[in-house]
Ligand binder design. Structure first.
Ligand SMILES: *Cc1c(COP(=O)(O)O)cnc(C)c1O
Length: 370
């Protein structure tokens, strides 16, 4: 037997495999899953119907270019369909960008509490993650620019960011872009863009349209409620679309995803209902959780970062265990460098009220112990 074994490229074994939000609690009882930023309203009924419509054609390959979905997206946002590339979730696009533009020794910049996939995609491509400190749980443009070097290939920015829920006003995004060399790609990840209700926010279409080095990524997993089907897309300069189209899987979207995505986009009433539900309940949650004495980071997404005191009896880990024992699953964000915080997704009215009541019980229980 040879002593040699296959070994991966350097960097691969530094990757901590992505751990998704938990979905089960012991005992098999009813649970409220608020751990993966999934919408409590579910997808549009039209999307479900379109998905079912594919059941009779499973032996047929899908349209590898997802042409009708790209056209539907283009119509909805006023874009050129040739500059849209779809992915098996937007994670697919993030990985494709890193794989095509980052090589061994190249640097990829993202922020301290940035989305974990940026690190994974960077290491998988052989690149070096350059992690930049945030200010007040928010990306800091000057700090990011200070970390750009001649080896930088990509800057990843989720706007709004997950798991913090904070965002950069569009003026700041433009200032970031203006400070980058023109051969560095700025990826604006707009996974939560539809939820944002701020006059100074923009998802970045204008920057993509007017530059050669900005890519905006989007997903159908969050507000459209189609996480299970894996549909993402990007709007990018023609040269970058060409690269992604050469390297992506030839059938990276399945036919059911294509049809459901088209139907979801058409149901603007469902989208508006989802935004209204979120805006109402995120404000309520911020108010109620603050009234309990917890601090929360103001969020423009569909989730909220809750900070716990790092004292025994009241810690985030103990709150997490108490919530789980009561059928509520939120996201532990230790892997995001936030050991004293938990992220909860805005849920149904029933779930939101239950979280607040359960945390009230948790805090008064630990107060009694103290
Ligand atoms: C959820 C999320 C995504 C999208 O994931 P999909 O692969 O499209 O399901 C991308 N970026 C951020 C910041 C997210 O939170």
């Amino acid at each position: 037997m040879s002593a040699l074994r296959p070994s991966p490229r350097s960097g691969i074994l530094e990757i901590q495999a992505y751990v998704p939000g938990k979905s089960a609690v012991p005992g098999g009882r009813k649970i409220y899953k608020l751990s993966s930023n999934e919408t409590p309203l579910g997808p549009s009924p039209l999307a479900i119907e379109a998905y079912r419509g594919l059941a009779d054609a499973l032996e047929i390959y899908p349209d590898g270019s997802a042409t009708r979905l790209r056209e539907a997206i283009a119509t909805r946002y006023g874009l050129d369909p040739a500059r849209i590339v779809c992915g098996n979730g937007s994670d697919d696009i993030l990985h494709l960008l890193a794989a095509a533009y980052v090589g061994p020794g190249d640097e990829v910049v993202f922020t301290e509490h940035g989305f974990l996939v940026y690190r994974i995609a960077t290491l998988a491509a052989g690149g070096r993650p350059i992690v930049v400190a945030e200010t007040n749980y928010t990306a800091d443009v000057d700090a990011i620019l200070a970390h750009v070097t001649p080896r930088t290939k990509i800057v990843f920015l989720a706007n709004p960011n997950n798991p913090t829920g904070t965002y950069l006003p569009f003026d700041e995004v433009k200032r970031l872009h203006a400070g980058l060399p023109s051969d560095v790609i700025l990826v604006l990840d707009g996974a939560y863009a539809e939820y944002v209700r701020r006059n100074d926010y923009a998802e970045g279409l204008e920057l993509v349209a007017t530059s050669e080095n900005v890519v905006m990524t989007r997903t159908f997993s969050k507000i459209h409620g189609l996480a299970n089907l894996r549909i993402g897309w990007c709007y990018a300069p023609a040269d970058i679309c060409d690269v992604l189209n050469r390297t992506r899987g030839p059938f990276n979207l399945n036919g059911a995803a294509i049809e459901a995505g088209i139907a979801a986009l058409a149901d603007t009433a469902h989208l508006e209902k989802s935004v209204a539900h979120n805006s109402k309940w995120i404000a309520w949650l911020e108010h109620e959780l603050t009234a309990l004495g917890l601090s929360v980071t103001p969020s423009v997404g569909n989730f909220i970062l809750i900070h716990f005191p790092s004292v025994a009896g009241k810690s985030a880990a103990e709150a997490d265990a108490f919530l789980i024992a009561n059928g509520i699953v939120v996201r532990d964000v230790k892997s995001y460098g936030l050991p004293n915080s938990l992220r909860m997704t805005v849920g149904s009215e029933e779930a939101n009220r239950l979280v607040v009541e359960t945390l009230r019980a948790f805090l008064s229980k630990s107060a009694a112990h103290a």
